[in-house]
Write a protein that binds this ligand. Structure first.
Ligand code: SAM
Length: 273
């Protein structure tokens, strides 16, 4: 017959046994020994948190980038896929979304199927820093300022001149935006990837030639044509414009950059270095 005190102690004894037969209770640990990463093991490390763009802002981003049916749109960090799904549904575009979080990719595929655009958009689990960018006509971003800055050199080096880049809320530091728009509480920014023109060229005008030296700073450039200063140099994708006085009064030069050639009607330039 168990004693009365044992009966009274039974519930506590059962809890004690269930908790591991007398393992000592953990001692409180002073200091910063707590490692929150242990509690998110298996979850991907995000370079930007998941926050979806409001649909009104999505529409404005696609409008600012003038997304058209033959455009291929890449959304880096594509969340639930809403930007690409809207681009496919409303603008007829095709696209690729990449996200590091597999839950977002599952959600995006479900959303694309429900929206009837699964044949036009694809979602891939991938690190955005490993995603090739060269195929895109339009790049959409809603990330963080430092992530935009890490992407900036790749955008300028890998993407075709004329590619439109649109970012929700965050700019590109010293690469100044071409257009900026407020949408409710949000700000959206547009850049057009400029042709790469820095270096040495030979400028030919009316049967004469000048050494043309250009120093490029994003979509702006300065330099010299012979002894003349290049003024108001600007690029819009592959379209180039500058002013210079080659001895017959200051004139405007307008043309199109195509690799190592610039064609401008009555003038042209060929890259020499
Ligand atoms: C602010 S949300 C933007 C979602 C969507 N583009 C939109 O505008 O609605 C950022 C997304 O980037 C994803 N992300 C964060 N770091 C990433 C990385 N290194 N590679 C790919 N995706 C990443 C997150 O999982 C999240 O879905």
């Amino acid at each position: 017959m168990p004693s009365r005190s044992l009966v009274r102690a039974m519930p506590a004894l059962l809890v004690f046994l269930a908790l591991g037969c007398g393992e000592p209770a953990p001692q409180p640990q002073p200091g910063n020994g707590f490692d929150p990463a242990r509690f998110v093991q298996g979850r991907p490390r995000l370079d930007a948190p998941y926050i979806a763009t409001d649909l009104e802002v999505v529409d404005a981003m696609l409008g600012l980038a003038q997304v058209k049916p033959d455009d291929y749109v890449i959304d880096l960090g594509s969340g639930d896929g809403r930007i690409l799904i809207a681009a496919a549904r409303s603008n007829g575009a095709r696209g690729l979304g990449v996200d590091i979080d597999p839950a977002r990719i599952r959600e995006s595929n479900d959303n694309a199927r429900a929206a009837g655009v699964a044949g036009r958009v694809a979602f891939r689990r991938q690190d955005l820093f490993q995603t090739p960018l060269a195929e895109a006509d339009v790049l959409t971003l809603y990330l963080l300022p430092e992530v935009n800055l890490r992407l900036r050199p790749r955008i300028l080096a890998e993407m075709r001149p004329g590619t439109r880049v649109v970012s929700h809320d965050f700019d590109m530091g010293e690469w100044r935006w071409d257009q900026r728009q407020r949408v409710g509480d949000a700000t959206i920014y547009l850049w057009t990837v400029p042709a790469r023109v820095g270096g040495n060229w030979t400028l030919s005008v009316g049967g004469r030639t000048w050494p043309l030296v250009l120093e490029q700073h994003y979509q702006r450039f300065a330099g010299t044509a012979g002894t003349a200063r290049i003024e108001q140099g600007g690029l819009n994708g592959e379209r180039i414009r500058f002013r210079a006085d080659l001895g017959e009064g200051r004139r405007t030069f307008e043309g199109r950059v195509s690799g190592n050639m610039i064609e401008g009607g009555d003038w042209r330039a060929t890259r020499v270095g």
